[in-house]
Design a protein around this ligand. Structure first.
Ligand code: DSN
Length: 438
């Protein structure tokens, strides 16, 4: 028989156990990262208990003196990082940021183009019948951008043909969203922007996965290459807290602001905005070095896995130019089972659909692929030689089938040297230290 004090202690103990576990595992989820101690500090502040609806200086609430100064600083730093004329830091996630874009630039019933989910597209770009945000929430008709399976990138010629065909049929795509959740190579914005504009469309770009690489001068620069609007989340390669944002040009400022508030948010998680601001200052100082190391690490991990027998896709073009790689794992099982087995050895990756999985009858619970990202291990200070060690751990689990408890113990030992957050101003508190303030 438990009482509420037991429940209270139980939850706190689970949180503490989670922190201990993450001190001992290898975190390779491509959409995750570890924020600095300063960002974690910002998240614990009273900002998280306040309301600040509206734009800084024009709030609907009193008490925003310091909140406004932080939010204005966040906008200023993001403008510098992304060389953007206009920034809205109020969307509370990447999903909300995409909804802001859809609301500002399309009407329900319009056609939008994006990659399908098996081809790397995000659930926000999904069709109504699949429950995707674009279709089910904003009422868009979603048509797919064609992916070249070998190149793991959008097929420019086929995309042009499809856009022009849709326009000829009276369904011109009002919005074409570049960007993806499996995003190893820069998308062809330059090559397609003119075609999109010629039929009256808007060029959108979902930078959720690659925002930190763009800010660090790696990957591509969507606003310079022709994007009208860029959505992002702030916690993947960009190492802030979980939040969102929209970047664009001054001429679109008013309609984006209105789509965000009163459209998509009431209050906008002010502690997270403070954390994003700190992360942006860290990115301005350390971003180039960090982003360049991410790409080196991703290539090194992909190469080391490939040399150990794993079918890492796009070998002919160096596997990846970002933080992420995709592996066809069908030789050893299905992605779901492999994910579960690796987790037992304290290696955290995620299962992922391969572009051709649905056609071959595979399902997202047991797909043919796994996805690995190196942002978090890079932030923990790992370099290329550690990527080779990680590949060896993965091989020991999947190919050699060593006892999982033995690999798990070796992983925990390996992790002992990587307990601090790098690429930040202050790191005296360990990365995953559980902080008690009660
Ligand atoms: N789509 C998720 C991922 O890439 O893990 C994030 O929203």
């Amino acid at each position: 028989m438990s009482n509420s004090r037991d429940e209270y202690n139980y939850v706190l103990s689970l949180l503490e156990q989670h922190h201990k576990w993450f001190q001992e595992n290898i975190p390779l989820i491509a959409s995750e990262n570890i924020p600095s101690p300063a960002v974690r500090e910002a998240l614990t502040t009273d900002f998280g208990n306040r309301y600040a609806e509206g734009w800084p200086g024009e709030r609907v609430y009193a008490g925003c003196r310091f909140i406004d100064q932080v939010e204005n600083k966040c906008i200023e730093l993001m403008k510098r990082l992304f060389k953007a004329e206009f920034v809205d830091v109020r969307p509370i996630s990447g999903v909300v940021a995409n909804l802001v874009v859809y609301t500002a630039f399309t009407e329900p019933g319009d056609t939008m183009m994006a990659l399908s989910i098996p081809c790397g597209g995000h659930i926000t770009m999904g069709k109504k019948e699949l429950g995707g945000t674009a279709g089910a929430v904003h009422g868009l008709i979603v048509e797919y951008l064609p992916l070249d399976y070998k190149e793991l990138n959008i097929d420019v010629d086929k995309a042009k043909q499809r856009i022009e065909k849709l326009a000829a049929e009276g369904k011109p795509p009002k919005l074409v969203m570049f960007g993806a959740s499996v995003f190893p190579f820069p998308h062809p914005i330059k090559e397609l922007a003119e075609t999109i504009r010629s039929i009256g469309g808007t060029v959108g770009y979902d930078a959720a996965h690659v925002a930190g690489l763009i800010a660090g001068g790696q990957f591509q620069d969507p606003l310079r290459e022709g994007a009208d609007v860029v959505s992002l989340s702030t916690h993947k390669t960009l190492f802030g807290p979980q939040h969102g944002g929209v970047l664009s040009w001054e001429k679109y400022a008013e309609k984006i602001k209105r789509a965000t508030f009163p459209g998509m948010v009431s209050n906008h998680h002010l502690h997270a905005v403070a954390g994003v601001t700190i992360a942006c200052a860290e990115m301005l100082e350390f971003g180039r070095e960090y982003a360049s190391q991410i790409v080196k690490n991703a290539k090194a991990l992909a190469q080391a896995l490939y040399e150990r027998g794993f079918n890492v896709l796009a070998e002919h073009k160096g596997f990846t130019e970002s933080h992420v790689m995709i592996v066809d794992i069908t030789k050893y099982g299905d992605g779901g089972t492999i994910e579960e087995t690796l987790e037992k050895a304290n290696i955290i990756i995620n299962r992922n659909l391969l572009p051709w999985d649905i056609k071959e009858g595979r399902h997202f619970q047991h797909p043919g692929g796994i996805r690995l990202g190196v942002s978090e291990v890079t932030r923990l200070g790992m370099k290329e030689s550690e990527m080779v060690e990680i590949a060896e751990f993965i091989k020991r689990v999947i190919i050699d089938k060593e006892p999982l408890e033995k690999v798990r113990a070796d992983v925990a030992e390996f992790r002992k040297d990587y307990q601090k957050v790098h690429y930040c101003f202050e790191n005296s508190t360990e990365a995953y230290k559980y902080i008690k303030i009660r």
